[in-house]
Write a protein that binds this ligand. Structure first.
Ligand code: DC
Length: 225
């Protein structure tokens, strides 16, 4: 018998396929899918849209503490998983743009930002029946998760996927630029003082370089049931 109230944590670097895996696994188990990267992206996007200095830690932390992020079922079938709404505005695709990619690691390194967003993430996660995806879910946010997966892939493979995603959305994309941005983000995410990207000691490692999504999903499902 499958226990039905599990907490499943999926961590890994940008572009490893953890969002796709998390969404598919949640669908399969009829669990809530929660992509925590969205929260760091929203804070970064709103800071840029308001012309705030992302290097001003006090200002950005205050923003993270105040901001209300609504995640709603998709209103448009354009490949989105959810509508991401802030102050009544749909920012679903804005938070995926290169200017956010380039600055989100700066914002995500601030302890006060992590505390504010982490509190909200933990509240949702502890209800169970959730697949939560991020960088520090198994290590910091939900260290008692029932299943912890660390999904990895080479930087080149991850850049190739991001490039294809952007092209598929009709956006202009440059592979070399994406690769550099991914490498820079890995560096910042792995070396920050607070909750750096690293596998939990009890995480199961999966590498998606040579596995397609269906194969990764099969392995993850076997771990989750
Ligand atoms: O998964 P993503 O690319 O959407 O994440 C965006 C950024 O947010 C990423 O550079 C690191 C940060 N992040 C984090 O620090 N902790 C999380 N749990 C999720 C994301």
């Amino acid at each position: 018998m499958m226990r039905q109230d599990k907490i499943i944590a999926i961590d890994g670097p940008a572009g490893s396929g953890k969002s796709t895996l998390g969404r598919r696994l949640a669908e399969r188990l009829a669990y809530l899918y929660f992509d925590t990267g969205v929260m760091y992206r929203v804070v970064t996007f709103v800071a840029l849209a308001r012309g705030l200095d992302v290097y001003d830690e006090t200002l950005i932390t205050a923003l993270a503490e105040q901001i209300r992020i609504d995640v709603q079922p998709p209103s448009v079938q354009d490949g989105r998983e959810n509508d991401i709404i802030v102050d009544g505005a749909d920012v679903t695709w804005d938070i995926r743009k290169p200017d956010v990619d380039a600055r989100v690691s700066i914002v995500a390194a601030y302890p006060g930002v992590r505390k504010a967003l982490g509190t909200q993430q933990r509240r949702v996660g502890l209800r169970g029946r959730v697949v939560m995806v991020g960088r520090d879910i198994g290590t910091v946010i939900l260290p008692d998760a029932d299943v912890k997966i660390y999904l990895d892939a080479s930087a080149e493979e991850r850049a190739r996927r991001r490039y294809q995603e952007r092209c598929a959305r009709g956006e202009t994309a440059d592979y070399d630029e994406i690769l550099l941005s991914i490498q820079a983000r890995d560096e910042l995410d792995s070396n920050r003082a607070v909750s750096p990207l690293r596998p939990a000691e009890d995480a199961i490692h999966l590498n998606s370089d040579d596995l397609d999504i269906e194969q990764v999903l099969e392995k993850a499902t076997a771990l989750a049931v």
